[in-house]
Design a protein around this ligand. Sequence first.
Ligand code: FAD
Length: 383
Amino acid sequence: MNLELNEEQAAVRQLARDFVAREITPNVVAWDRAEEVDRSIVRKLGEVGFLGLTIDEAHGGSGGDHLAYCLVTEELGRGDSSVRGIVSVSLGLVAKTVAAWGDEEHKRRWLPDLTSGRAVGCFGLTEPGTGSDAGNLATRAVRDGGDYVINGTKMFITNGTWADVVLLFARTGDAPGHKGVSAFLVPAGTPGLTRRTLHGKLGLRGQATAELALEDVRVPASAMMGPEGKGFSVAMSALAKGRMSVAAGCVGIAQAALDAAVGYAGEREQFGKSIAHHQLVQEMLSDIAVDVDAARLLTWRVADLIDRGQPFATEASKAKLFASEAAVRAANNALQVHGGYGYIDEYPAGKLLRDARVMTLYEGTSQIQKLLIGRALTGVSAF
Ligand code: FAD
């Protein structure tokens, strides 16, 4: 694995840094307080090609490898995790899954819109009664002539209120557990699909997280993506790559925490000198710095494996587990370095901590990542 960025990777990282400085940083506090990112950000993300990374140009993508995708995701996460999440879901969980599993019609219908930012995608797996045990989902799609009729409820859906298309998982057969699940691409405007934005989140406040209710939602049988009964494989393959993207976003949070803490430690004076002189403050800075490096290296390894066509799922679990826990530690340390000022939102540490906190929960909790790693080590499944 070569740790030196090539010209293209370095250029895309710089593009992302400039984009964040211009389009995101000036708005972060206002978006967080308003509980809504300005929707125009989606078109802007599309225009610079960030919503098409790793997707081939024939389908409207902007190409690039998975390390480039990680670099952009890290920079967006450093700027605002709410914006990073839009990309991780619309591109990472939806467009990339359409590219991997969709037929030509699915790709033609959705990829140019998703990669340009004309459309937003969301990923509808979790339900009120099933989160970690996603294979037990209750949403049902019943065949009716040339259509499927879908009923059920999806919970905590990122981009849910904004989305134009839902990559939806529903039970199509009587097979128990994950075996009876199929994947569908459901246009969000389909009659019977209603959405409710969830307010009062601890973090990611700018993001449109929603509950989706499906009441007799009728879609043509051609909306099914991948073979019938293979929906859980579709979901798990999406989430394995998605975990790399979450990990990269966490590296961004930890890096932002480091930047803020080092900057503040150099400016703030107590006991007649900057707090950077105090060894216990240096310890906190050093802990953050090691977390940043370790999380980044684990994440880049996943990108490298994917780009070389090697198995990567367990490494993605390791990266997501470590990076998400590291982001929480790093943001918490940064807040501590800021003292009381870390507790108000004119300084970034508090928001970083609030945003980081969900990373150990979604796309598989830390406990679920440990079980996946344990299964890979022992061959014994705890599920
Ligand atoms: P539960 O599964 O009920 O878990 C509760 C606790 O029990 C956790 O600590 C868990 O680790 C532990 N636990 C459960 N099973 C085991 C076990 N076998 N062994 C040990 N411990 C266990 N979902 C989507 O489908 N699409 C999205 O876009 C999406 N976005 C989200 C955005 C936000 C802001 C949030 C908060 C959630 C989002 N989710 C999304 C849902 C998320 O993936 C779930 O919340 C997560 O999978 C955990 O499920 P749960 O909340 O039902 O917790």
